[in-house]
Design a binder for this molecule. Structure first.
Ligand SMILES: Cc1ncc(COP(=O)(O)O)c(C=O)c1O
Length: 477
């Protein structure tokens, strides 16, 4: 089969040289068997004329093919294809071969994702417009100047570890004496998935809170764990009675999504459970700093008998989800191995971003940002709480919470849950409904969770009014 001249398409406006473009296309024709073994390519002068190129371009392209071993001979004898296609295998590649392994399927089926737009009352979202872009940008040059440009293998940049160590001591009461026990990773999701895979065997039991964050469920499922859902009471997540879990993910300082804070007694009970059952307790502290108290309760890690507690944190709520940056504080006994896994799995945020964040914390900008956003979010929470209370009309009561960026409404039993879910979806407000069932007396309560952090007074009022209307229409009174 001769060379298919008509198939050659060269773009003179591209930055890629014409000889390179021609070479790539000829290469494709040869390896796909469009020009076969023994076939002569057109003489360089002839091809140059047909394609309206200089002869040098053709010679260069042929030379590249020669280096690849696809053509041989130049000059008077011409250029001949010397590549023989490997005969195609008789068996067709089956669907079964082009599919994932059992492990791959476990990982991919762990959680369903949809690229949901950030709607005004979506729970747990920080107000991105409050992010101090100017301050952040002003550090970019300095961060780049300090970046070393080489692979870092210590589980995070030392500069960021030092800044975070101060932050954790100041805000969360956590003392990190040995920097190897503080690892920087790609957000809480990365941290949880990594820890669940490293600390458990397939088929072990993993505990998650209900209601809770779908990301924690996904992280445990991808590691092949059987999930045990633990409900909440007024003191926080209940300790399982007859279940021997290998790992539990808890949000003691700001339960997600309810914002409740776990009592001291319940923390003690979890620590005792951990000691008796040898259970890893992963404390997911995604936003302790948004506690409504002046200072958040110190981390679970600071309690005595917290040998199997691992603290994870993230900048997704305190700053921006875009950073994809979180951290793990873990026992020395496993720190080196977890760090090796971080390197192997490549779960590290960009070093330049780590450097920039180190400076952001060091210069006190994070502290300023937290103080400012805390005050604003508290104002917005107060506004939406007051407004909702004023117009509740007996349709719901607001569940008191001590932390976080969400409000929880407990709806009256007359609400039509399916109708409400549909109406909320079409109203595009972003709030979510969940049903809490009590296995003891088989009663259930419907609750609605809404984020109050993202809207200014007027917008918040408009959205809350829209929500009130949807609630009224979905309730049989
Ligand atoms: C309980 C909880 N932890 C952590 C996160 C943040 O995860 P990441 O750091 O992966 O963005 C979220 C996000 O919604 C969350 O709800």
């Amino acid at each position: 089969m001769p060379l298919k001249l008509a198939q050659l398409s060269l773009d003179r406006d591209q930055t890629i040289p014409l000889s390179r473009q021609l070479y790539v296309q000829l290469h494709q024709q040869v390896i796909h068997g469009e020009v076969v073994y023994g076939e002569r390519l057109p003489a360089s002068r002839e091809l140059a004329e047909s394609l309206k190129l200089s002869r040098g371009v053709i010679v260069e392209a042929y030379e590249m093919l020669r280096i690849d071993g696809l053509v041989a001979g130049f000059g008077k004898g011409g250029t001949q294809v010397c590549y023989q296609q490997v005969p195609p295998m008789l068996v067709k590649t089956s669907k079964r071969i082009l599919s994932l392994s059992t492990r791959g399927k476990t990982i991919t089926q762990a959680r369903q994702y949809t690229q949901a737009p950030a709607l005004p009352l979506t729970p747990g979202l920080p107000d991105l417009s409050l992010f101090p872009h100017q301050q952040w940008l002003s550090l970019s040059r300095e961060a780049w100047q300090q970046t070393q440009g080489v692979y870092q293998r210590a589980g995070g940049l030392k500069a960021l570890k030092l800044s975070l160590r101060n932050f954790l001591a100041q805000y969360r009461g956590i003392q990190v004496d040995d920097l190897s026990c503080l690892l920087i990773t790609t957000g809480s999701q990365g941290a949880l998935s990594l820890l669940a895979s490293l600390l458990t065997e397939t088929g072990d039991i993993g505990v998650v809170e209900q209601p809770g964050w779908a990301g924690a469920e996904g992280a445990l499922r991808q590691a092949g764990l059987n999930l045990h859902y633990t409900r909440l009471d007024a003191e926080g997540a209940l300790v399982p009675q007859d279940t021997k879990a290998k790992l539990a993910v808890l949000t003691p300082n700001a339960q997600y999504p309810t914002g409740s804070v776990m009592s001291m007694q319940r923390r003690e009970a979890w620590l005792q459970y951990s000691q008796h059952q040898h259970t890893w307790l992963i404390e997911d502290d995604y936003a302790a700093e948004y506690s409504y108290q002046q200072y958040p309760t110190p981390s679970l890690l600071t309690h005595p008998h917290a040998e199997q507690v691992i603290h994870i944190g993230t900048m997704s709520k305190l700053m921006l989800p875009d950073l994809r940056l979180g951290w793990i504080v873990l026992p020395k006994a496993i720190a080196k191995e977890v760090c090796a896994a971080l390197n192997t799995l490549g779960l590290q945020p960009a070093y330049s971003i780590q450097q920039q964040l180190a400076l952001f914390i060091q210069y006190g900008y994070l502290g300023q940002h937290l103080a400012r956003t805390r005050a604003i979010y508290n104002e917005r929470r107060k506004f939406s709480t007051d407004h909702l209370q004023e117009h509740a009309n007996g349709l719901f009561k607001i569940v008191p919470s001590q932390s976080g960026m969400n409000l929880i409404l407990e709806l009256i039993p007359e609400v039509d849950v399916a109708g409400l879910s549909r109406a909320l979806k079409s109203a595009a407000l972003g709030c979510a409904v969940y049903v809490e069932s009590n296995p003891v007396n088989t009663s259930s309560r419907t609750k609605l969770v809404l984020g109050h952090a993202c809207l200014l007074g007027y917008e918040l009022e408009v959205c809350v009014n829209k929500l009130l209307q949807v609630l009224k229409l979905s309730t049989r009174t």
